[in-house]
Design a protein around this ligand. Structure first.
Ligand SMILES: Cc1ncc(COP(=O)(O)O)c(C=O)c1O
Length: 365
């Protein structure tokens, strides 16, 4: 099955208007979920052939799963994150959803899960957004965050690819992730790695995030909101943050970002920033950049801005890089010209205030 309309079951107990207004006035991030979910079942013979079926929109609610299904034991799970934005005229748009569909397929392939056809992904998210449209906030920096995921649902305790899976999308109204674009101090985790060569770093799978929680807690204990991972085997080459990619802006306007080596997530915000910067005439280098080069660059002024990017926070200026026995100070400009221009372009395109000259936005309502 590649294309089918989603069956619909009405929620008998949707959030009241009063409750909804209260939530949308201060949605935070990831705290509240909407009235509906989209679901599609899969069964087949492991990651090879099989069938997607029972596409449906139904009331939000708990999943009932056998305790022996493989997602609970072997972490066979992948997910995505994207946002729907309400524009001034009331219309609703998704930002590059086809890129999320493609990445979900790549992640699923790595985790031996079935690949969901892109059209089905797009139909699931658009159907859900339409159904939950009253949950899309319209304040500055707000959106409806969409969390599609696939889990292995076969009841079987042996280690092999599941023969049953569930694709589901949940939605959650969102304010800005970090609240304000204040510089975010970053904890450099020297003890823990998030991913290794040949591992699952380029896949968006739950296990990568489980592995990042202990260093994340370590960072929080040191006053840092995000953790940075480096590759010890490549002179501590910068990889990425727990949930964001990293960019450096050099004095001459060149942008440097770690190359996609298979150990970091291929961020859709990262890809969009590269296209925006190149269109503006910036040179963009996707290459190795070590912590040492970072330190020397900030000290000499060669690196003028450092920022992190991802769907949740879009673009956040980075402050200090803090580690066990020292720190690298923030670059000279923490909300510098390039960071600010890129943020205003990207958020402008997403919110409809800047022309979408790349054809990134897809209208849903
Ligand atoms: C580990 C990691 N790196 C980078 C990103 C940024 O990716 P994107 O721009 O597609 O949100 C994310 C967020 O999804 C992430 O979890």
């Amino acid at each position: 099955m590649t294309q089918q309309s989603f069956a619909f079951t009405e929620n008998p107990d949707p959030a009241s208007s009063a409750r909804l207004n209260e939530i949308l006035a201060a949605p935070g991030f990831g705290e509240y979920t909407t009235d509906y979910v989209a679901k599609v079942d899969w069964s087949g013979d492991g990651a090879g052939s099989g069938e997607w079926k029972n596409a449906r929109i139904e009331p939000y609610g708990p999943l009932v799963l056998d305790p022996a299904v493989s997602v609970f034991h072997y972490g066979q799970e992948v997910f995505e994150g994207l946002k729907a934005y309400r524009h001034m005229d009331g219309s609703v748009w998704l930002f590059r959803p086809e890129a999320n569909a493609q990445r979900l397929r790549r992640s699923a392939r790595r985790l031996a899960l079935p690949e969901l056809p892109d059209e089905l992904f797009l139909e699931a998210v658009t159907s859900l957004v339409r159904q939950d449209s009253r949950w899309i906030p319209d304040g500055e920096g707000t959106s409806l965050y969409l969390r599609p995921f696939i889990i292995a649902t076969e009841k079987f305790l042996g280690v092999r690819p599941s023969r049953e899976a569930l694709f589901e999308v949940v939605a959650s109204p969102a304010a800005n992730y970090f609240g304000t674009p204040e510089p975010v101090d970053i904890w450099w985790s020297r003890k823990y790695a998030r991913a290794g060569v040949g591992g699952t770093g380029a896949a968006k799978c739950g296990g990568n995030y489980a592995a990042s929680l202990v260093p994340q807690m370590e960072g929080e204990a040191h006053g840092c909101k995000q953790v940075m991972f480096t590759d010890e085997n490549r002179d501590h080459a910068v990889e990425e943050l727990g949930g964001m990619n990293v960019f450096f802006v050099l004095r001459d306007g060149t942008l440097v970002t770690p190359a996609l080596t298979g150990t970091i997530l291929e961020g859709i915000t990262r890809m969009s920033i590269i296209e925006l910067a190149q269109e503006r005439g910036h040179t963009v280098e996707e290459r190795t950049i070590t912590v040492d080069e970072w330190r020397r660059g900030v000290e000499s002024g060669e690196i003028s801005e450092v920022f992190a990017c991802g769907t949740a926070a879009v673009i956040a200026p980075m402050g200090r890089l803090v580690y066990e026995d020292g720190e690298i100070p923030a670059a000279a400009q923490t909300n510098g010209e390039v960071t600010t221009w890129l943020r205003s372009q990207l958020t402008g395109i997403q919110t409809g205030r800047v022309e979408d000259r790349f054809g990134w936005m897809q209208q849903v309502i």
